[in-house]
Design a protein around this ligand. Structure first.
Ligand SMILES: [Zn+2]
Ligand SMILES: [Zn+2]
Length: 234
């Protein structure tokens, strides 16, 4: 992955990522947007599906997961997919604006470290893109997010052997059954996997992709599969 980190001090002459007003904060947000951003953080979330918990405390599961937990060993999302978060994700993914990346990386690192669902994995597995998808976009945003975790947690990114072998395109408009069908056999893990891995992605929606990947990772020898995403669709 070729990516040149933003020069230090870049923020001081760049406008706010969200409202384009002047900013002096190293996050790249102006004072008002920073207050809004912070309000999105630190909400208690279900340790099984990462939805916010309205009526339960930190380290608990939601009602749905108490009955039927997601098949992962801990799920962490930093923020809900609020309009401002969607804006940053789109800026990165479709606008190739890498200046938003440090804020996204730091937000995910802080959430992972602070989560009661956090267990240090042996390796990080960025949600793979199909090679055609990767060519269209030019990079994999999940890989960029995982790179922040790699540095902060001192854990390697699994670089080879886990691939997306089917180009499913966008699944956002499909029903969950159609997603499951489209994702069957979409991933291949042909490498020896460490015992504990964490899948890293930008947005967690139904979890269908993560489930399909986790199944393949377990088949390849992983015993514990966590899922970490920057954003969670509420
Ligand atoms: Zn702003
Ligand atoms: Zn849950």
């Amino acid at each position: 992955m070729e990516w040149i980190p933003a020069r230090r001090g870049r923020w001081f002459d760049a406008p706010c990522h969200l409202c384009r007003r002047d900013t002096v904060d190293p996050t790249g947000l102006c004072v008002d947007c920073l207050v809004e951003w912070r309000a999105l953080l630190g909400r208690p979330r279900c340790i099984s599906c990462a939805l916010t918990l309205a009526d339960r405390g930190e380290g608990m599961t939601c009602g749905a997961c108490s009955a039927r937990p997601w098949p992962f060993d801990g799920v962490v999302s930093a923020v809900d997919l609020a309009p401002s978060v969607r804006e940053l994700v789109h800026r990165l993914k479709y606008g190739q604006d890498f200046s938003v990346l440090p804020l996204m990386q730091e937000t995910l690192v802080d959430a992972v470290r602070g989560s009661p669902a956090f267990v240090l994995p042996d390796a990080l597995v960025p949600m793979p893109l199909h090679p055609a998808q990767r060519r269209r976009r030019g990079f994999n945003q999940a890989w960029l997010l995982a790179d922040g975790l790699r540095r902060a947690l001192d854990r390697p990114i699994l670089k080879r052997g886990v691939r997306r072998v089917r180009d499913t395109g966008s699944l956002t408009m499909q029903s969950s059954r159609d997603r499951r069908r489209a994702l069957k056999g979409a991933f291949a893990a042909d490498t020896e996997l460490p015992r504990r891995v964490a899948i890293v992605d930008d947005v967690l929606t139904t979890g269908a992709s993560a489930r399909a990947l986790a199944t393949e990772l377990r088949r390849g020898g992983a015993e514990s599969v966590a899922v970490w995403s920057l954003a969670r669709t509420p």
